[in-house]
Write a protein that binds this ligand. Structure first.
Ligand code: SF4
Length: 401
């Protein structure tokens, strides 16, 4: 049984969020709290009854969004005794270096950098070039995926798609009917749908899932995963929890990752949703135990740390965006005009927000500063007197990623 976020309060007892005992190096195989599903061809194909002993993985990757659940995953691994040098945090930047537009929190990059530096863990930032707004206004093939090497800090690019190369050639030739020719390679020009279907909710697929997959396979192609060995073993750890939504309640705790290619590429890739059964209270307990300052968005009233302007945001969260990032709110309204397409399925942004009260709580001035300026330094990552942030225990509405 799991506790839904909508039912979780400060008084909910801590069940899973207690200190883990070290198992690394002891040949322990972790198995799921609830047996994995095998009720469809997909689940049978990806079924994984247990993990390998953690010491057998060559690399353990934490998908670190900066939200509390991914931070709890990182600390779970450390409590289980995984050496820091074996862990790598991967953060997907949603804006992808877009020159003008932002979907994400201004301080997100500095927050994940501060946390990983404070804990002495490598951080690999990856993104699709020009991010959300590049994809929203895409005519032609999608932009390439890049990552920043955690050691050299150099930008590395995933292999370019043949369609992207053809579009680049067309742009260089600049024919009169360029736009029409580019459209043959695809175009977007509409907001992601508020749907569980990832082919319509393209932001999660194009800016997160595909990015992680491309980085795994390109690191392998470049020989960065295998080194001298024949076979490499990678564990990808992510922070989805059953209590967040009915969709996530049905996820398997562990499975073969999409990039698993044991026979073809000698690459074993397992995925572990390490805090899947945790309640919101359990997760906060982990951050509290390690004195980790939660991402500033929680401290100013957000219940979720997804994209700042997540398509699933409630009217009250968008009223908060209008208050703290008015230019970005206005630009989003302009997008609706240009695209002839509203962010919400039925209403334009102003009508959707209506007279909802802003969620912003201004008590924590340091958090407000980070949200407005993007600043967040290593010395801010740990706090002596840990307190629940203003956004804690406000349910799960506002974003599924
Ligand atoms: S957090 Fe929201 S807007 Fe961002 S990728 Fe996920 S669903 Fe899309």
């Amino acid at each position: 049984m799991f506790i839904r976020d909508t039912e979780c309060t400060r008084d909910t007892p801590v069940t899973f969020g207690k200190q883990d005992q070290p198992v690394y190096g002891k040949c322990v195989r972790i198995s799921p709290g609830i047996d994995g599903r095998t009720d469809s061809a997909h689940f049978r194909k990806t079924y994984l009854p247990e993990l390998l002993p953690l010491e057998e993985y060559d690399r353990i990757v934490v998908l670190l969004s900066g939200g509390k659940d991914s931070v709890a995953c990182l600390y779970k691994l450390l409590e289980l005794g995984v050496p820091r040098e074996k862990i790598e945090c991967w953060h997907h930047n949603i804006d992808g270096g877009h020159p003008l537009r932002r979907m994400d929190w201004r301080c997100i990059g500095n927050y994940v950098r501060a946390l990983t530096e404070a804990e002495g863990i490598k951080l690999r930032v990856s993104y699709r070039v020009n991010g959300f707004f590049g994809e929203l206004y895409r005519i032609g093939a999608s932009e390439p995926i890049e990552w920043i090497d955690p050691v050299s800090q150099k930008v590395k690019q995933c292999r370019l798609s043949p369609n992207y190369i053809k579009c680049q050639q067309l742009r260089e030739q600049a024919p009169e009917d360029l736009e029409m020719l580019l459209k043959r390679y695809g175009y977007r020009m509409k907001f992601p749908a508020k749907s569980a279907d990832l082919s319509r909710r393209w932001c999660s697929a194009y800016l997160k899932i595909c990015v992680a997959d491309a980085v795994v396979s390109n690191l392998d192609r470049l020989g960065e995963l295998k080194k001298q060995k024949e076979q490499c073993k990678v564990l990808i750890v992510s922070g989805e929890r059953r209590g967040e939504s009915s969709g996530r309640a049905k996820y398997n705790e562990m499975e073969l990752h999409r990039t698993n290619a044991e026979r073809r590429s000698h690459r074993t890739v397992h995925q572990w949703r390490a805090v899947i059964d945790y309640s919101e209270k359990d997760v906060w307990e982990v951050l509290k135990r390690h004195h980790v300052n939660p991402h500033p968005c929680y401290r100013i009233g957000w219940n979720r740390c997804s994209c700042a302007m997540c398509i699933f945001s409630t009217p009250s969260l968008f009223a908060g965006i209008r208050e703290i990032y008015p230019e970005e709110y206005e630009a989003l309204k302009k997008d609706e005009e240009i695209l002839g397409f509203t962010l919400d399925n039925k209403k334009c942004l102003d009508d959707f927000v209506g007279d909802a009260k802003s969620c912003v709580c201004r008590k924590d001035q340091a958090a407000i500063r980070s949200i407005l300026t993007g600043s967040f330094s290593k010395r801010q990552i740990f706090v002596k007197n840990w307190r629940y942030p203003a956004g804690a225990f406000h349910g799960a509405k506002g974003g599924p990623c």
